[in-house]
Design a protein around this ligand. Structure first.
Ligand code: HGY
Ligand code: MN
Ligand code: MN
Length: 414
């Protein structure tokens, strides 16, 4: 049946081209939200959407939408929405986020070319600042879109480089005019690489994602005393660096001993004055705590807070914490998850129900519409790393599952 599969060459060529867009002068892929590199990726995506004849809409937080209203469909009914993000982390792989956006665009173009007449519009979205590396919190564009964060507050966010998101969006030409949420989805589907080891380890091609874990981000500032590394007895030190190290080992040992899915990461750390022979007077670090169970995540946050209070006394330092983001675990729409599983079966693909360890825009859009995710395997479970890789056969299979579920959701009566 025509349109029963996506155009493999077109999808893979675009993934490769977008993957080479916005690299820095050392060749690393770094398209942080609202940077000039991000603009290059955005412009490329909008060009493909325009070539496909989609209506383009950009909202005030810079979320980009390509919208297809099929002949005979009622443009006033809620669209089916697919999508993800195209901003990246630092030294990223080429699939995280981009795969879901480009596969969503590919699905729309395949349906346009197949003569199928969906009963409702279909939109593909690229949400701003999913990664949250430059501006916290992550999933910001979809959080604003779903009403979880005010637009003015989001635009006023100051980045790690001292820039302001609103000014940067205006600078790169993506301070759109539509109010976030202007297009309320009938349902939302996000195709994404797993970014973990489960599918590969179990030999499954498709993940039918049932839920997504809770995320707690905070910044910790530790103030001690700078002093001479050679003359200061250990007993007289107020060592901010040592206190930071004890937080890192506390988090790892507690997560390791818990025998639960709890994970904890200190991804950023800075010492002042950061000199080889000076005891650090100040340390700032970030903590990323996650768990699929809200009660357990609350317990871990409390245990960390209690540890920090005791540590400050033990090491005679002052420690302050700042919450950067906090998202509860999310459960996806079981009806759509069933359809994903069935679509995989119809194509003879092994699927597996699973939890998402990573945060995604779907967890935000799930606040306003029935949502679910489709995963494809990540080789070695590697992501947020240039070694991130998914074989072409899995990329195409995932896009075809997306095609099948989108066709079903837009042509059936319900
Ligand atoms: O942090 C996350 O899980 C996502 O990659 N933003
Ligand atoms: Mn992602
Ligand atoms: Mn990511």
């Amino acid at each position: 049946m025509t349109g029963s599969s996506v155009n493999t060459e077109r999808l893979l060529a675009r993934l490769s081209e977008l993957g080479s867009t916005g690299r820095d002068d050392t060749g690393r892929l770094v398209r942080l939200a609202a940077t000039s590199a991000d603009k290059l990726g955005r412009d490329r995506l909008v060009g493909w959407m325009q070539d496909a004849g989609l209506e383009i809409a950009v909202d005030r937080i810079g979320n980009i939408f390509g919208i297809w209203t099929p002949p005979g469909a009622d443009s006033s009914v809620k669209p089916l929405m697919v999508g993800s993000h195209i901003d990246t982390v630092i030294n990223a792989g080429i699939f995280d986020g981009c795969y879901g956006v480009l596969a969503g665009l590919e699905v729309i173009e395949t349906l346009m070319e197949s003569g199928v007449t969906p009963k409702r519009p279909i939109a593909v979205g690229a949400f701003t600042n999913e990664e949250g590396v430059r501006y916290a919190p992550d999933m910001m564009g979809s959080l604003v879109y779903s009403g979880g964060l005010g637009i003015e507050e989001a635009l006023a966010t100051v980045g790690t480089d001292g820039s302001t998101l609103g000014a940067e969006l205006a600078r790169i030409g993506y301070a759109g005019t539509h109010e976030p949420g202007f297009l309320q989805p009938h349902a939302y589907l996000e195709l994404h690489i797993e970014q973990g080891p489960v599918l590969e380890r179990e030999g499954a091609s498709v993940g039918a994602v049932e839920n997504l874990q809770g995320i707690s981000w905070q910044k910790v500032t530790i103030e001690g005393d700078a002093n001479h590394a050679g003359t200061t007895p250990i007993s007289m030190r107020r060592d901010a660096g040592l206190a930071a190290a004890r937080i890192i080992t506390f988090l790892r040992e507690r997560a390791h001993a818990s025998n639960t899915p709890t994970v904890a990461t200190v991804g950023c750390i800075e010492f002042e004055p950061n000199a080889i022979n000076v005891i650090p007077s100040k340390a700032t670090l970030t903590i990323d705590l996650r768990d699929p169970d809200e009660e357990r995540l609350l317990t871990e946050e409390k245990a960390l807070a209690d540890y920090i209070l005791k540590l400050a006394i033990d090491e005679r330092v002052t420690i302050s914490t700042e919450r950067l983001t906090r998202f509860q675990p999310v459960t996806f729409d079981s009806g759509i998850v069933d359809r994903i599983e069935k679509a995989a079966g119809m194509r003879g693909l092994r699927s597996r129900r699973m939890t998402s360890g990573a945060g995604h825009d779907a967890q935000m859009i799930a606040r306003i519409a029935p949502s679910a995710m489709i995963f494809v395997p990540s080789i070695g479970g590697i992501s947020h790393n240039p070694k991130e890789h998914t074989p072409d056969i899995d990329l195409v299979a995932g896009a075809n599952i997306l095609l099948d579920v989108v066709r079903e959701l837009t042509t059936s009566e319900d």
